[in-house]
Design a protein around this ligand. Structure first.
Ligand code: ADP
Ligand code: TRP
Length: 347
């Protein structure tokens, strides 16, 4: 059960395909670990996914896929709150109110908008206001920490800026000057969240050495079946150093991925084999495969059991939304009152 003295961690993940190792190490695993000593609030960001997804079956299936992945990876949905973003409509209300205090200049600086412009991609209003909705996601729950990968840092900073704009516009805070981060929160203004990004997993590389991402097609799915896992690992790009020659582990992609799973001793041993020569990339890939398979196999079984019972997943998400709304309600009412709208009763 929720104990109010625990700080609150919150994060979201878009249902846009199967979760991959980047999602797992960058967000899912830290989020599950934080749930031990935080009030954990995690959601499936289906509204955000709709900026690009045009397939209703895929949206449903992938939403269940994310929920099942988080639970299979150890999240206890009777303690943590796990819900689907669109089931808490208050977030759209807060998004509008934040948008009214946010300048277009800030939104123009978003990497995603710059990227869409540079590549002449579809720049719909959803893409443009994506950071505002994301700020609403966070601020609606008086969040303390947000576990994410490094690619989300800019969005987190924007959420903090939007909280400040809003607090200045409506909550009587002073404009300009720096916010005193050490001052206790006043319980009224929008709480400014902190990003939690771990150095070792801030940017998980993909098969080609670039950031692993669904959109680059360079990913390995968390619950790839054993055969596919092997195929993907064998496809990791390496250089042409001959088997017998010494190799530099620090510039090798296989080694970078091995470090995600291995303990300190295993890492030191593999580095030593690289430097000694006579140890080929094929060998390293098999060692990576063994660790990855051992790491994910038990959770994969649990994932498959959960995916076979969509009704139960749905019940979990509906119950999660009910609990999320209990926390969201006083926040949105506080905000409504601050801007001059009447408060509404709960329920
Ligand atoms: P993708 O970039 O594949 O579309 P998402 O945007 O859905 O992934 O990311 C969901 C979460 O996973 C975010 O917190 C994001 O920072 C994290 N994440 C995604 N890719 C990586 C990566 N390669 N390394 C570390 N974290 C990542
Ligand atoms: N934008 C995040 C991503 O692409 C997903 C997300 C939506 C999120 N709302 C959030 C993450 C709130 C953390 C907090 O991965």
């Amino acid at each position: 059960m929720l104990a109010s003295h625990r700080p609150r961690s919150l994060s979201g993940i878009k249902p846009t395909g199967q979760p991959h190792w980047g999602n797992y190490f960058g967000m899912i695993r830290p989020a599950v670990e934080l749930a031990r000593d935080h009030e954990a609030f995690y959601f499936i960001a289906d509204l955000h996914a709709l900026t690009s997804v045009r397939d209703r079956e895929a949206l449903r299936r992938d939403s269940h896929g994310i929920a099942a992945t988080m639970i299979a990876c150890g999240l206890d949905p009777t303690d943590a709150v796990l819900w689907r973003q669109s089931d808490v409509p208050e977030v759209l209300e807060l998004s509008w109110l934040l948008g009214c205090a946010t300048s277009l200049g800030l939104l123009e600086r978003a990497h995603s908008v710059k990227d869409a412009r540079a590549k002449s991609k579809d720049l719909n209003l959803g893409v443009y206001s994506y950071p505002v909705l994301m700020a609403a996601d966070i601020l609606l729950y008086d969040t303390d920490v947000v576990p994410v990968g490094k690619d989300q840092l800019q969005h987190l900073e924007m959420a903090r800026d939007m909280a400040t704009f809003f607090n200045v516009a409506w909550m009587g805070q002073q404009a300009g000057g720096t916010v005193d981060e050490s001052a206790p929160w006043d319980g009224q203004s929008l709480k400014r969240p902190r990003a939690l990004i771990r150095d070792a997993t801030a940017v998980v590389p993909g098969l080609d050495g670039q950031k692993m991402s669904k959109s680059y097609g360079n990913y390995i799915a968390v619950f790839a079946p054993a055969k596919e896992l092997r195929k993907r690992i064998m496809a990791i790009t390496t250089d042409a150093t001959a088997l017998e020659d010494p190799k530099n582990p620090e510039t090798c992609n296989v080694f970078a991925m091995y470090k995600l799973f291995a303990n300190a001793q295993q890492i030191a041993e593999m580095a030593q084999k690289y430097r000694a020569g006579g140890y080929g990339y094929g060998h390293a890939k098999l060692d990576l495969l063994a660790l990855a398979e051992a790491h994910f196999a038990p959770q994969r079984d649990r994932y498959e059991q959960l995916m076979a019972r969509p009704g139960e997943l749905e019940d979990i998400l509906v119950e999660g939304a009910r609990r999320a709304r209990i926390v969201a309600h006083p926040v949105i009412e506080r905000v409504r009152e601050a801007v001059g709208m009447p408060r509404r009763p709960a329920g």
